[in-house]
Ligand binder design. Structure first.
Ligand code: TYD
Length: 140
């Protein structure tokens, strides 16, 4: 799938499928992901019809994996937007700074694993869409 939202991309990680022995997937920082990972978090046990996200980050780069179940991620750079379905444990979505994102369509068994470039900082969040557009230079 072609991603048309600024600097966001799908990352197909290295995967070793040994049939009955199972599948091993991995990425290496500096080889497949070019930012230092400072924080890892995961989201699970999300109820039906719940929407999460609803913000952009000023500086944080993130790569999201859906390890189990599926999820629909809306990404928006203030001009272009699209919906991405993540439903394979070996495909991640890189979300750049200054991308508005929402997550919905969780299944009860969905597990999201996220690798982030920065430590948690509440001041890195933009939670108002109009403010996001202004900071992104898309609105006066
Ligand atoms: P938030 O990023 O708003 O979750 P989502 O985007 O999935 O809706 O975070 C939810 C709460 O967890 C919020 O109070 C901040 C806190 N939090 C941390 O303390 N550390 C973290 O690394 C993250 C991602 C969130």
């Amino acid at each position: 799938m072609q991603i048309t939202v600024n600097n966001c991309k799908l990352i197909d990680v290295c995967t070793i499928d040994e049939k009955d022995r199972g599948i091993l997937s991995f990425f290496e920082v500096g080889k497949h992901i070019d930012f230092p990972v400072k924080r890892i978090y995961w989201i699970y046990n999300v109820g039906k019809n719940i929407k999460r996200g609803g913000h952009a980050h000023k500086n944080t780069i993130q790569v999201l994996f859906c390890l189990q179940g599926n999820i629909n991620i809306y990404i928006d750079d203030g001009v272009n937007n699209m919906n991405i379905v993540l439903d394979k444990p070996n495909q991640g979505l890189l979300i750049s700074p200054m991308i508005w994102h929402d997550m919905k369509g969780f299944s009860r068994d969905t597990i999201i694993l996220v690798f982030a470039s920065e430590h948690y900082d509440a001041n890195d969040y933009i939670r108002n869409y109009d403010e996001f557009l202004k900071l992104a230079g898309k609105k006066e």
